[in-house]
Design a protein around this ligand. Structure first.
Ligand SMILES: NC(=O)c1ccc[n+]([C@@H]2O[C@H](COP(=O)([O-])OP(=O)(O)OC[C@H]3O[C@@H](n4cnc5c(N)ncnc54)[C@H](OP(=O)(O)O)[C@@H]3O)[C@@H](O)[C@H]2O)c1
Length: 155
């Protein structure tokens, strides 16, 4: 099963010039708490923006070119096959962006964990549109600079 983890502002901005426009350590800690010891999925742009693969997670990277694989880094060579293999499985994959990856996984996502970041930030990358009616809120937690809403798919 696929679960989206994302942080966006009121304009659904997720990125600017290759990284997140804000610097909120508490949200990075929240992301770590959610994804630690799990499988995570990201596109090459997001993956290449990391200094190194995130520790204690297995990162599945989507790219049209082969990715150098290791114990903790795997290449998704065929998205359709990958989605068909795991969409109904109990194995959890956290979908961690960027925009192109969120868009392609959104129809197959059973949960979303969204950090609504306070403020209005510079933007060149936004989260894709989704229908609120497809999801219900299952949890809500307020932090200093953001609020985390968890959603479960209902249709
Ligand atoms: N706020 C957040 O929570 C958050 C989270 C993550 C990222 N971000 C931000 O999002 C931005 C990056 O997003 P992005 O959409 O530009 O890039 P991205 O989704 O990270 O990566 C795009 C790349 O993934 C590969 N790809 C995508 N779909 C594919 C497919 N079906 N088959 C094979 N390869 C595929 C392609 O790489 P190849 O060219 O190698 O084929 C494509 O160029 C950055 O600003 C980043 O900071 C924000």
């Amino acid at each position: 099963m696929f679960k989206i983890v994302v942080a966006f502002d009121k304009n659904k901005t997720i990125g600017y010039e290759g990284w997140m426009p804000w610097d909120i350590p508490e949200d990075l800690q929240h992301f770590k708490d959610v994804t630690l010891n799990s499988n995570i999925i990201m596109g090459t742009t997001t993956f290449n923006g990391l200094k190194k693969p995130l520790p204690k997670r297995v990162t599945y990277v989507l790219s049209s070119a082969p990715v150098s694989e290791s114990e903790n880094v795997k290449w998704i060579s065929n998205l359709e096959e990958f989605i068909n293999q795991y969409k109904d499985s109990d194995q959890v994959f956290y979908v961690c962006g960027g925009a192109s990856i969120y868009k392609q996984f959104l129809p197959y996502t059973s949960e979303m964990i969204v950090s609504y970041v306070n403020g209005d930030w510079p933007s060149d990358t936004v989260f894709p549109e989704f229908n609120d009616e497809d999801f219900e809120i299952s949890d809500l937690k307020e932090y200093t600079d953001f609020t985390v809403k968890s959603y479960k798919r209902i249709k």
